[in-house]
Design a protein around this ligand. Structure first.
Ligand code: MN
Ligand code: MN
Ligand code: ZN
Length: 298
């Protein structure tokens, strides 16, 4: 059975380590039956990293083909230092350079989406922050016209001055950039829940997804992070929990996995795990058990 067939058409996996090179990720993903995955394209705690060689890019593509993971079901996540909404000139400069570099790395690998946190406005105000993010993205996109990787803004828990805790934040960023082929959105289940969007039961789930549909639009959704939440609804704390063991619970994930609006979107876990990835296996097993299940899960 091909990995794709495991998930009834859905693309589901987990964040995979690229230790030893990006070409090492597909085999790791395949070892826990990923049909999708998220990777970092360089060290996620540093501004710079060694370039991806032609050989490494080639090996990565070969490994994807060998492991049957569709190239379109892979997405990347930027390094955590980037903040396009920063008020500090030096940080803004470094953020722009790092983001441009990461978009180029993704394009070289054929990774279609790069997930990024919108940024923290650090007191200059939400609207000023969003205007700055949009201006800098347009500048980057103008310098990289041949790049095929979409920049995907991730929903956040919206703590402090962080932008992205409201669906309106992402809508306003995408509208301000106004370059549809270059942008999209990543929905993180833990983040939206901790930001106050309930998905635990049918009614609140439908209400949340109606808001998502009306404010952002599912046509802009390009990636999903499947994480349960250690903290409660609206607590604005970003701590991921294993699927079904947090405050969201299995029913929220059952509703999402059987929602046709999510069927074409690659999804990856970002839940805690050890090197042997037994936790990934367990979480993916829970998720796969929910696909096609018609009665409420508990
Ligand atoms: Mn993230
Ligand atoms: Mn996430
Ligand atoms: Zn998180």
């Amino acid at each position: 059975m091909t990995p794709k067939a495991l998930d009834g058409g859905l693309a589901i996996g987990s964040h995979m380590s690229t230790a030893g090179g990006v070409d090492k990720a597909p085999a790791r993903g395949a070892s826990v039956d990923c049909t999708a995955m998220q990777i970092f394209v360089k060290n996620n705690q540093r501004w710079e990293g060694p370039p991806i060689t032609d050989e490494a890019a080639e090996a990565y593509r070969r490994e994807l083909a060998r492991t049957n993971i569709p190239p379109d079901a892979v997405f990347a996540h930027t390094c955590y230092l980037i903040n396009l909404a920063s008020t500090k000139e030096d940080l803004v400069r470094k953020s722009v350079a790092a983001l441009e570099d990461e978009l180029n790395r993704c394009d070289k690998l054929g990774v279609p989406g790069l997930v990024m946190h919108p940024g923290a406005h650090l007191g200059q105000g939400r609207d000023a922050g969003i205007a700055q993010i949009a201006r800098l993205c347009r500048e980057i996109f103008a310098r990289t016209t041949d790049n095929r990787t979409r920049l995907l803004f991730e929903t956040t828990v919206g703590t402090g001055t962080n932008i992205g805790g409201e669906f309106e934040d992402l809508r306003d960023i995408l509208d301000a950039i106004d370059m549809e082929p270059r942008t999209g959105v990543c929905l993180d289940t833990c983040h939206i829940f901790a930001a106050g969007y309930d998905i635990r039961e049918k009614k609140p789930y439908e209400n949340t997804m109606l808001k998502f549909s009306e404010i952002i639009g599912f046509e802009r959704l390009r990636a999903v992070h499947l994480n349960d939440s250690k903290f409660g609804l609206g607590e604005r704390k970003d701590r991921h929990e294993h699927i079904g063991q947090g405050h969201i619970g299995v029913e929220g994930f059952r509703l999402l996995l059987n929602d046709a609006r999510f069927a074409k979107v690659p999804m990856a876990l970002e839940t805690p795990k050890d090197k042997d990835m037994t936790e990934d296996r367990a979480n993916l097993e829970v998720l796969r058990g929910l696909i096609g299940k018609k009665t409420p899960a508990r």
